[in-house]
Design a protein around this ligand. Sequence first.
Ligand code: B12
Ligand code: SF4
Length: 574
Amino acid sequence: MGTPKIVLTADRTLMSPYRGLSLATFFGCAPALDPHRKKNSFWYKILGNQVTPKILFDFICNYIPHTNGVANYAPYGLRKLEAGLLRDGFSRQDVVVAHPDHIEQFIGPETEVIGTYEMDPLGMGPVTMTFTYGRKQISYDEFYNTELHYRIKAAKAKTGSKAKVISGASGTWQYNYDPEKIEEFGIYAILEGELGGIAPEIDGHAGRFFNYLINGDFENMDPFRKRSDFKVNIKEFERNGKKIHARFVNFWARPDIDEIPNIVEPSMHGMVEVMRGCGRGCKFCDVTLRSLRYYPPEKVVQEIEVNMKKGGAKSAWIHSDDIFVYGMDPRTAKGMEPNREALEELFTAIMSTGVEHTNPTHGTLAGAIADEKLLPNLSKIIKASPDNLIGVQVGFETGSLRLIEKYADRKLAPYKPEEWHWVVKEGVKTMNENYWIPAFTLIMGLDNDETPEDSWDSIRLISELEQEQPDAMFTATALTFVPIGLLEKSDFFNIGNEMTAAQLGVLYKTWQHNLKYGIKKFMNRTGAKGPRRLFFNAIARSLGGIPLGAMERYARRKSKEHERVIEIIKAKYW
Ligand code: B12
Ligand code: SF4
């Protein structure tokens, strides 16, 4: 294929099917290296600096297949960019989506731009910050993103390529916190939104953006550039007494549905969008800053067909930030009543493609129960059953009524903040009855405003769920607060140094729940079927207890109060 003008790619952690295990897709957030491990420690003698053994990571994070170095699957956002470029006048020969392990073969003197899709380039996402104690360790996301940039740099040096490296997608805000990396990686420019960390939607302007890049239009700041256009912002940072200058390109757009091209090559995990934005307005969330638009079912079907015909997909991840908002008219649905007809029509169309399984990526509990016919009807359409469980990510956020009211009151609509505990319990019950399994996320240190009493509210609520619904199926993952969305001016929650005893308790309780209920009771009924499932379940069972032991040791080291919290949880909330 030679060296095309535009080479697009993503690091290995975003280019893996993770052997079909949906929960493993977050494995990139796991710690890879501990640069501070003492050389005389037991673990150093066994693993050196490695935390999660690389051999295990590389096995689970298997590479996607490729055809002569061209990636057979790619992140959905990158596929949108590729489709936009092809629509806007670039030819197939001009644009390649390269497999990260074969990137060198596409970089040469004719390459003009290398674009990278980055979701968590420096390991600062909420899951990653939790697992690495606030970046005290280096995550696999960061490790492989660094490796990718080093390979690109080396390939450019080897071939004398002057290609401009541009970083895009939702994680690029992270470079603001570690700008030295921009220079270290040789990044020419970073595309970022104007508010809250969320990436600008480039769909309607892909060609224009890349033409500007190729023509050198982003060399300098042009103060006369129109507000609606891409704006160059040369930022100055000071680190260790040294001034660093880096080029950021700021942009904001709200493409209409017709301006959003359909993907033309298969996406990772058979994922397709059905909507953009969410409309519930939680203050800690960035995707809600994208305004609300819905794909008509025909457009969704067309993209699924690309994944089926060209990628052999048998299932479809349906990307929505809250599926139960799909089709809602916010002007008339003041209480955020779901639009059942629109949802039924959507899922009927999805199933008409012949996919064997489908699941929405995200949904809310309030949306799931606001219309009692909704979930039973949808489950019937998508053939949910004990053998076809529907996993969905759901925000539990906190058991604290104070915090939920202050930061996420519309997440509960049409219910009121004081009804939150009831919504959670009823939501789990209804979802499970209809064969849906919520994978809950909680936020630790929300806006650095969480008191010990708030944390205990979360611990108690999980425990009450377990006591009142002993067969309930849900997982719970506590994540650290990261300042994005409307809280972008806040500070990171410093889990490494500031975790209170009660916050450790939340972490401990959620892991204990996942081990006791998730791994032992129902994990063997979800995800890829067959021997693989049994094998990974056995691994999870044997390794699942390790974090609990680590937390108990941490508590003993930290303080009497930390130890006491663990003891109370074991005695009262186990
Ligand atoms: C699917 C998904 C995943 C999948 C990714 C699968 C895959 N390989 O594709 C999995 C489950 C693995 C995942 C993991 C993580 N995710 Co995720 N994920 C998403 C989700 C739900 C959809 C992404 C998507 O396709 N969006 C739709 C497309 C069209 O939008 P887009 O990706 O932004 O792409 C557009 C532009 O960015 C631009 N663009 C895209 N690529 C490029 C490249 C260049 C060069 C340029 C110029 C432009 C450009 O063009 C596209 C069209 O406009 C989003 C939520 C959301 N609403 O976006 C969260 C989201 C992106 N994830 C997020 C996070 C934080 C993570 C994790 C760090 C875990 C965590 N929560 O802590 C990990 C990191 C994984 C890693 N290895 O890096 C956050 C990012 C928040 C932020 N601003 O930093 C989001 C926004 C969810 C949220 N609100 O918290 N994720
Ligand atoms: S419901 Fe979810 S996607 Fe919507 S604003 Fe709240 S956190 Fe964001």
